[in-house]
Design a protein around this ligand. Sequence first.
Ligand code: HEM
Ligand code: HEM
Length: 218
Amino acid sequence: MHKIKVWDGFIRSFHWLLVIAIATLYFSAEEGMMELHFVAGFFTLALLLTRLIWGVIGSKTAKLTALIHSPRAVLKSLQHGDAKLGHGAAGSYMVIAFFILLLVQLLSGLMTTDDILTDGPLVEYASSQVVEWAGWVHHNNFDLLFYAIILHVAAIVIYRLKGKKLVKAMVTGYADKEDRGSEIKVTKSPWLAVVIFVLLLAGLMVTWGSEPLSYLFS
Ligand code: HEM
Ligand code: HEM
């Protein structure tokens, strides 16, 4: 067995920060802590946008084009596993679904109001019908996101029972591979992604975040 690096530092940070952010978003919504919800929402938006940009300019295993597989490849992957490094064919569809669900959740949130005090930053530009629809989407799409997370974690557990340690790879970055042939470098340094993330986050916080931030820290 040989160890090979499959996930760069940004992908790993993205994943675990996303888990923390979604837990925070759920908790803050349930508790009606809208300022925290907004700040966590802008954080998640910056995180996801950076991930999508990294999907164009980042590591080989981060590429969005590497997520596209034929249905036949998915069936083969479910029966015999995956030979290539990175997300498998079936897992790739899960990743695409997550990106879409997260984008829908984030964009609808920007146009959602709690009908009391807090309006998402795009509410003032949208008609009341659009705002009502966005609120409906924000509520129902979260349920879909929730089911996707359950399915995702169940799949990871099933792979573990079959002997594949995917979580270890998402924590350390390294996976075990049998053949030496795959020992080419597939990851890039994460620093450019970190710079992009910080710039996006700063931009979002300056334009939309100052009010909830000042409330949170007052
Ligand atoms: C809020 C909950 C979660 C969300 C939204 C989520 C989302 C994602 C996304 C988007 C990816 C693709 C990573 C990328 O290419 O950028 C991924 C991969 C992964 N996630 Fe999660 N995840 C969640 C919870 C978890 C938990 C609790 C675990 C651990 C049990 C986990 C383990 C993994 C692993 C191991 C991978 C890599 C799968 C592979 O090797 O193809 N995730 N997740
Ligand atoms: C992935 C990111 C997000 C997640 C997972 C999320 C999740 C949730 C959840 C579960 C609720 C409760 C919905 C209900 O039961 O009706 C909620 C409500 C809300 N969210 Fe988000 N949200 C996200 C992003 C955002 C963003 C970016 C904004 C705006 C900046 C936002 C604004 C709101 C507002 C205003 C409500 C209150 C709606 C009401 O009281 O009916 N959310 N969100």
